[in-house]
Every structure is written in structure tokens, then in C-alpha cells.
Ligand binder design. Structure first.
Ligand code: ZN
Length: 253
């Protein structure tokens, strides 16, 4: 169910225990082969599949497409807001949801740059609304064990515009992938304690711009082994876990 497609009377009649999901995404460069909307498209793809599975047991808010992408601003087309703006804007959307009485809220993140501020929002909103349950899920962490079994690239192969994101776009928006521009591995190493990929996090955090990490290509990882079939396996793994979270949150009221 999509929040904005209901009338006010229909929203008023819904069970307040139904989990409400908000996707926070990005509009930012994804190398030469993927469009700026990649993270937003992937987030909506997962939620559409979730909606197909759960029907009236989940309520999906209008997506927040433009979020925190400062580390991509060396590349044309990237749009970014400050962390403070995210906290205020996304926080006020969730405040509205809580004021209408919904008690189970899931922030569903499809962009790395939103993880830290999303956690801050989780902690501030959760502390203020003790009558609500708020969870934050970032898709590649939510299904990390299952995704480890799907990956073919080695360490650092899944990061950005990579094996996984390209596979998901080949599935969700195949006409938008510039296939002739898909490259091989692109990752500029740094200190041993700070090298990272999506599901093999580093021991310590080091600030790096995407221009630095990608060596100027905009791609961090290895999209060469991407396929729509792999995108389907990734989707199944993520949506299974997402549905599990939604179902357990709904039951716990
Ligand atoms: Zn992305």
C-alpha cells in the first residue's frame, strides 16, 4: 500500500500497527554506465517487491530521493543535502507519521552516505517517541550473510556502481544501463585498516571522497560480473529479510 494513494478517510481507517516504511536514497553519480537515480531506483525496486509479497500488511511512504551525497560532488549531476537538512526533513516526515498514530516505523536505506545520519535519526526519534518502534535497515547489511554467498568479485568488488548495484539495475531498469560502458575492477587501496566493501566493513573509518576511492572513474568495485539473474538473487535475499522485519514488527504490538 502506498501512503500517497489513499484518501485521508482511508488512512484514518487503517490499523495503526501496520509498519510504515520510508526509503531514503540518493541522486548521485554512478560511474559512466548507471544513471544518477540508481540508489532511488534500487530502493523502490525492493519496496515494490515487498508490496507484492505483503499487500495490505505494509504501508510505504513517498520516497526521499535526494539525500547526503557530499562525497560524490566532484562528479557532475550529483545532488546533495547537508546532514542537518536530512535530520530535519526526514525527521519531520516521521513526526507526521507518528502524529497520525502509526507506531511501527522502518527507515529503509539504499545509500551508503545516509547510514551515519540515519542512525542519528533512529536514536533521536526513538528516544523521543517511546510509544513507537523505529528501525533502520540498510539493504546490503540487512542481508549480508546471504549476499556473501552470491558475490563473485573479490574484496572491494562490491562498493558503488559495482557487481551488486549493476546487477540490480540490469533487473529493475535494464534499458537504463549503458552496457558498452561497464568496466572492470576499480578501487584505489588505502591503509589496511580502512579498506572496505559493502559487506566486508573496515576496522576503522577514514574519510575518502568517491573521486579518491574510484581513481576518478566513479566506480568502486567490479561491475563486470553483473547480471539480471544475479540481481534476482540479491532481490530475493533482501526482500526475504525485509519481509521478516516487517512481519515481526507488526506482531510485536
Ligand atoms: Zn548506489
Amino acid at each position: 500500500m502506498r501512503w500517497e494513494q489513499f484518501t485521508t478517510n482511508e488512512i484514518a481507517a487503517l490499523d495503526r500497527a501496520i509498519p510504515v516504511v520510508l526509503n531514503v536514497a540518493a541522486i548521485e553519480q554512478h560511474g559512466p554506465h548507471l544513471p544518477l537515480e540508481t540508489d532511488a531506483r534500487i530502493g523502490d525496486h525492493f519496496l515494490s517487491r515487498l508490496e507484492d509479497r505483503l499487500g495490505q500488511r505494509v504501508l510505504i511512504l513517498p520516497q526521499v530521493k535526494v539525500c547526503c551525497s557530499e562525497h560524490h560532488m566532484d562528479f557532475a549531476g550529483t545532488l546533495s543535502i547537508r546532514h542537518e537538512t536530512f535530520l530535519a526533513y526526514v525527521g519531520e516526515i516521521l513526526e507526521s507519521v507518528a502524529r497520525h498514530g502509526f507506531r511501527n516505523i522502518v527507515l529503509f536505506n539504499s545509500h551508503g552516505g545516509n547510514q551515519a545520519i540515519g542512525q542519528v535519526l533512529l536514536e533521536t526519534f526513538g528516544a523521543k517517541h517511546r510509544d513507537c518502534r523505529i528501525a533502520m535497515l540498510t539493504w546490503w547489511r540487512l542481508a549480508a550473510p546471504e549476499l556473501s554467498a552470491i558475490r563473485e568479485s573479490g574484496f572491494a568488488g562490491i562498493n558503488h556502481a559495482c557487481e551488486f548495484e549493476t546487477s540490480l539495475m540490469l533487473l529493475a531498469a535494464p534499458d537504463s544501463v549503458r552496457r558498452e560502458l561497464v568496466s572492470g575492477m576499480s578501487y584505489v587501496e588505502t591503509y589496511d585498516w580502512a579498506n572496505a566493501d559493502m559487506i566486508l566493513p573496515a576496522r576503522g573509518a577514514l574519510f575518502r571522497s568517491m573521486k579518491d576511492m574510484s581513481g576518478g572513474t566513479g566506480v568502486v568495485g567490479d561491475p563486470s560480473s553483473a547480471s539480471a539473474a544475479k540481481g534476482e538473487r540479491i532481490t530475493a535475499a533482501v526482500v526475504d529479510q525485509l519481509a521478516h522485519v516487517i512481519e515481526t514488527l507488526a506482531r510485536a504490538t
